[in-house]
Structure formats: structure tokens, C-alpha cells
Design a binder for this molecule. Structure first.
Ligand code: IPM
Ligand code: MN
Length: 350
């Protein structure tokens, strides 16, 4: 199979972790007889420096031409004072919208080797295995009107029935292949938008009689995630709640550096680790590449239908974790391994 992939390393540690993930994709291609057609583009702060825009047209065209995009990270402290429109993050938000990747999947799974790295007690986190399905192209992130007018600022939370239905269906379909339970998260005791969300999700549940649905208010969900993470199978929520809850859930599993994500629409796929650009360790060969490598595995699975290859990468990651030759964010046996060493170890384990 010929895999047409756009690489967008972006800012901070993005370049390092993307390089490691590409190494793994090359190893997969060799082992399973595929070819890679890689292109590369600019996004985020590096794109602002070189072109003036966080999402140059060239990048949009390349993303539309590729089957899937692998992104490193965007964001840099030098843009902290810039308005939302001129920030690196705007590039990522624009790309999600252009590709219409409305469902962002963030699997949170406790790897046995990482139980000691979790901030929670072992008996609470052991066996945690959930997937957060975050709506990605609507809600507060995109709603109009928006803006700052002197001492008054406005953002708008808007969802339509169609936007809720399509992401809800994705969640129920995923649940069918898992433990058949969807927890929908909203704030329907306060926000009208959440009342529509709850009503539409309940209707969609009618199409999936074999899947159980429950509803949690977002504040309660934040609490249940640390009290009883095993209760969750598929968590379905809107854009901003999903952004916040997925960072919380990520650390349960040991380190945010471990968390992969897949953003899916009707046709294109965008894959990125959940961690950010981590400017404090950028360029030091210290970042954990397993979130990016896991994202590459998700790409093999969801975009290319290469389940066997994806499973092989995940198994290889498990073996590397068991070996204890991991980066400093986890609990390495001995001196922490570098980004490059972890990437190479995954290739060797393949
Ligand atoms: C994420 C990030 C992004 C988001 C930022 C970088 C725009 O935090 O993917 O979770 O808020 O969606
Ligand atoms: Mn986030």
C-alpha cells in the first residue's frame, strides 16, 4: 500500500517527536511491504516566521492532497501576547476546520509498566481504559460573534443538531467495538447549548440499543475521572470540555507525553500527540516520542485500515515501556533515554 502522509512538525518538541514517529513508520513500511509518500509543510510559529501566516496556503493544499497528516505540536511563548488570530494555535484550529475532522479520539489506557508513574494510587488507576471523543470543529473555539471590545469580551458557544449527531454517532460506533458504554458530558443544568447536546445524544442513542448511555455534568466528570477512572469506556463531549478533561485524563495514565490522538472526519485524518510544544525542553532530545508514535499507529489503523501494523507498533511500544528505557517524564530504569533512543528502541522491538 502507498501511504500518502503530510508531516507538519510545527513548534517546540514537535520536530523531535515527529522525526521519531517517521522512523517508526519507515520501519513498519519495510517490515510489511508498504511505501511511504511523505510531504512536509509548515504550521504554527515556524510558519509565522517563514511566511507570516500560522497556516500557509501551501500547507492547506498539501493536507488536502494527502490521505493523512501527522502533526507534532504548535505554540511558542514568544507569541503569548499576540491576539488569538495571530497565534500559532490558529494554524491548528484552521487545519482542523479545513479538513473537517470533527471527532477527536483520545484513548487513555493504563499501560501496566506505567502504573508507578501515575499520580494516583495503583488500585485506582489499574485497568483504566477509556477513549475520550471530543467534538473538534465547533463550540466555543469557533463560535461567532467573538472578539474583544475594550473592557468587554465575547465568545459564543454554538452547536447545531447536525454537529452533535455526527460526533455522537462516532462515539456510539466506537463503543460497539469496546465495552458498549457511552458517557456523555455536558453542563445542562446551566447552559442551553448543553440541553440541546443532551437531547440530541439521547436521540442518537436510540439508533444503538446495544450501547448503554449515561450523562454526567462536566464538573462531576472531572471528579469521577480521579475517583473511579475505570467506570469510563467512551466519554463523549463538546470541544472545550474535551480539551480540559483530556489533559486531566492523560496524566492518570502516567504522562501526557504518552497520549496519542486521532482526529477524524468523513474522509481525512489528522494525527497528533496530545502534549504541546513543551518549549522548556525543546531541542534537547528529551521529549517522550510515544504520544507521536502512538498517533502514527492510530493513523495506520483508522486512515489506512492497517490494523495488524498498528497492533505491531503498540506491542513494540509496550515492550519498550517494560524495558524501562524511557524518557524522564516516566520512571526510567537508570538514566533517562533520549527521544531518539526511544524511537530507535520501538523500531528494534518491531
Ligand atoms: C489540544 C490543544 C489545542 C486545543 C491548542 C493547541 C489549540 O490544547 O489539542 O488539546 O486547545 O485544542
Ligand atoms: Mn489541549
Amino acid at each position: 500500500m502507498n501511504l500518502r502522509i503530510l508531516l507538519l512538525p510545527g513548534d517546540g518538541v514537535g520536530a523531535e517527536v515527529t522525526r521519531a514517529a517517521v522512523g517508526v513508520l519507515e520501519a513498519v513500511a519495510r517490515k510489511f511491504g508498504h511505501t511511504l509518500a511523505l510531504s512536509e509543510g509548515l504550521i504554527g510559529g515556524v510558519a509565522i516566521h517563514k511566511t507570516g501566516s500560522p497556516l500557509p496556503e501551501d500547507t492547506v493544499n498539501k493536507a488536502l492532497a494527502a490521505d493523512a497528516t501527522l502533526l507534532g505540536a504548535v505554540g511558542s511563548p514568544e507569541f503569548d501576547q499576540a491576539p488569538p488570530d495571530k497565534r500559532p494555535e490558529k494554524g491548528l484550529l484552521g487545519l482542523r476546520k479545513v479538513l473537517e475532522v470533527f471527532a477527536n479520539l483520545r484513548p487513555v489506557k493504563m499501560w501496566p509498566a506505567l502504573v508507578e508513574s501515575s499520580p494516583l494510587k495503583n488500585q485506582i488507576v489499574e485497568g483504566t481504559d477509556m477513549i475520550i471523543v471530543r467534538e473538534l470543529t465547533g463550540g466555543l473555539y469557533y463560535g461567532e460573534p467573538r472578539g474583544v471590545d475594550g473592557d468587554r469580551a465575547v465568545n459564543t458557544m454554538v452547536y447545531t443538531r447536525r454537529e452533535i449527531e455526527r460526533v455522537a454517532r462516532k462515539a456510539f460506533q466506537l463503543a460497539r467495538a469496546r465495552r458498549k458504554k457511552v458517557t456523555s458530558v455536558d453542563k445542562s443544568n446551566v447552559i442551553e447549548n448543553s440541553q440541546l447536546w443532551r437531547r440530541v445524544v439521547t436521540e442518537v442513542a436510540g439508533e444503538f440499543p446495544d450501547v448503554a448511555l449515561d450523562h454526567l455534568l462536566v464538573d462531576n466528570c472531572a471528579m469521577q475521572l480521579v475517583l473511579n477512572p475505570r467506570r469510563f469506556d467512551v466519554v463523549l463531549t463538546e470541544n472545550m470540555f474535551g480539551d480540559i478533561l483530556s489533559d486531566e485524563a492523560a496524566v492518570l495514565a502516567g504522562s501526557i507525553g504518552m497520549l496519542p490522538s486521532a482526529s477524524l472526519g468523513e474522509s481525512k485524518g489528522l494525527y497528533e500527540p496530545v502534549h504541546g510544544s513543551a518549549p522548556n525542553i525543546a531541542g534537547q532530545n528529551k521529549a517522550n516520542p510515544l504520544g507521536a508514535i502512538g498517533s502514527a499507529a492510530a493513523m495506520l489503523d483508522y486512515t489506512f485500515g492497517l490494523a495488524k501494523e498498528a497492533a505491531a507498533v503498540n506491542e513494540a511500544m509496550g515492550r519498550v515501556l517494560d524495558s524501562g528505557r524511557v524518557t524522564a517524564d516516566l520512571k526510567p530504569k537508570g538514566a533517562p533515554a533520549t527521544t531518539e533512543q526511544v524511537g530507535r528502541a520501538v523500531c528494534e522491538a518491531l
